[in-house]
Structures are given as C-alpha cells and as structure tokens.
Design a protein around this ligand. Structure first.
Ligand code: NAP
Length: 258
C-alpha cells in the first residue's frame, strides 16, 4: 500500500532550531513528509529526525526544480541567520514555483548594561575595528570567515570552529575545535587562560553560543559584533512552535504547491 503524505515540507536546516523543528513536526504531524536539507559542510553533521537530503541544489533554478519534482507544499527556511545565499535562493525559487516560504529565525542579541559592543556591518569592518581595539583576539565568526582577518599580523588570534579552518588565515593563531553549547564558566576560563582582550562574533542570536557574551561582560572585554545580512521579504517567525499554525494556514492544496 502506498501511503501518500498529507503535506510535503522542505526544511532548510543546519541549525539546532532546524533539528528541534524536525523533531516537533515528526511528533505532532506524523502524516506529513518533512525533508531536512543540509549543505554538507561538516563531515559528521548532527542529523535531525526524519528524512534528510545533503548537498546544494544548484542555485535557485536547481531548488525550483527540486520543489516541483518532489511536489513540495511549503518551505521552512531554518538556516543560520548568516546563510544569506541559501535564504535568497529560497525566496527566489519559492516565488518562481508558487510555494509558500516561512523563515524561522531566532532573534539577534541585544547589548545589556556593562556591555562594550561595537556593531559593524561586515567581517572586513570587524577586522578593521579589531586592529584598533586589542592584541589577543577570540575569533568566533566561523571557519569560513577567517580570510578577512588574514592581513592582521600584529594581533594573536584564538579561533574556535567546528572543523579545521583552511587558508588564508591570520599568521599568529591557535585553533580550538569545539561546538556549542558553551557555559559561562567555561568561557570565563577560556578568556582568562588565553589572555583575550577582544572578542569578535557574528550576531547569531540564541542561547547555544551566548555564554561568551556574558563572560566578556564580566571581564570588561570589548566585543566586535558583526550585524546580520539584511532580512529578505518573506513571512518570518522567531519560535519554531509558530511554524505549525503557519503551515496549517498554508496547507490548502497539498501536493500541488499552495
Ligand atoms: P550559504 O552561504 O547561504 O549557502 C551557500 C550554498 O550552500 C547555497 O547556495 C547552497 O548551495 C548551499 N546550502 C546552504 N545551506 C544549505 C542547506 N541547508 N541545504 C542545501 N544546500 C545548502 O550558507 P553557509 O553560510 O555556507 O551555511 C551552510 C550551512 O551551514 C547552512 O545550512 C547553515 O544553516 C549552516 N550554518 C551556517 C553558519 C554560518 O555562520 N553561516 C553557522 C552555523 C550553521 P546551492 O546554491 O547549490 O543550492
């Protein structure tokens, strides 16, 4: 007997929220087909519940083909706030095919009393700002962002990333391979052990990696905060639970695109 799914959902993933949303949908809507898509960047990704596909689609045209072929009813973009190319591709492909798109994106971080943040628009601006702020830099912007700091020879960098970074890299650096969640005590110990005097981060938001900000506040360490890419025009929520009513409201003609 062939079981036909009530609704086919593509979930663009690569985040903790995407894994939690895949688990929520598996539990709450077992008759839906939910396919999580991963870019395939890390060798051993944390896999979500349910169906998974791995690898790029081949730009907006490739994604549009995929949506048609798999008769997708709705797309949930639960990628990282800085995965701007994938998000733009989703906006374009969904508009072309006529499939509704919801961006599920955690809120960004907000400075609190005691914080010394410098907000900058790009990684290049972050590198220019760091040059005048400190000598020992904790760089947590991800391994694909290090080229922007490669020209800084006067600073020493502590880089933390999930996998080994590749050149171009800053000349003076140490690498720690680790993935969150991190604790405030752990971050305090790290900042002290390496004598860090400036922290660089992207405004990823969420709780998984926020401990470094609490630790920097406690130690009076300045933070260079790279702003998110501009939001694209689409429906957006910050909580994964809010995807359920949105999906219910957009499930008018399952299997055909809505
Ligand atoms: P990106 O620059 O926006 O995407 C580059 C290309 O990678 C896309 O055009 C797409 O290839 C492919 N891709 C990205 N996400 C994909 C997905 N979920 N499924 C299938 N293909 C995907 O993305 P990125 O910043 O490199 O991030 C890659 C992945 O890592 C994302 O899934 C993101 O959620 C996760 N991540 C990113 C960060 C970050 O700081 N950027 C942090 C944590 C996790 P095609 O054009 O061929 O379709």
């Amino acid at each position: 007997m062939v079981v036909v799914a009530e609704l086919t959902v593509l979930l663009l993933g690569g985040t903790g929220e995407a894994r939690r949303l895949a688990a929520l949908l598996a539990r709450e809507r077992p008759r839906w087909r939910v396919v999580t898509s991963l870019a395939g960047r890390v060798a051993e990704p944390a896999l979500p519940e349910g169906e998974v596909r791995i690898g790029g689609f081949g730009g907006p045209a490739g994604l549009a083909d995929w949506l048609r072929r798999e008769r997708v009813d709705a797309v949930l973009d639960v990628t990282h706030p800085f995965a701007a190319t994938m998000s733009a591709s989703a906006v374009s492909a969904c508009a072309e095919v006529g499939v509704p798109l919801l961006v599920v994106r955690r809120a960004g971080w907000t400075a609190q009393p005691g914080d010394a943040w410098r907000r900058v628009p790009t990684l290049q601006a972050a590198a220019a700002t760091v040059a005048g702020l400190g000598e020992r830099v904790f760089l947590t912007t991800g391994r694909q962002s290090l080229a922007a700091f490669a020209g800084l020879d006067r600073q020493w960098f502590l880089v933390r990333s999930v996998e080994h970074p590749e050149p171009p890299l800053p000349r003076r650096l140490a690498v720690i391979l680790d993935r969150g969640p991190f604790t405030v005590d752990g971050e305090l110990a790290l900042l002290r052990r390496y004598g860090i005097d400036v922290l660089v981060t992207k405004d990823s938001g969420g709780t998984m990696t926020a401990a470094k900000l609490h630790a920097a506040r406690q130690l009076g360490i300045p933070v260079v905060m790279v702003d998110r890419p501009a939001a694209l025009p689409s429906d957006q929520v910050t909580r994964i639970e809010d995807a359920l009513p949105w999906l219910a409201a957009h499930s008018g003609s399952p299997g055909q695109g809505c």
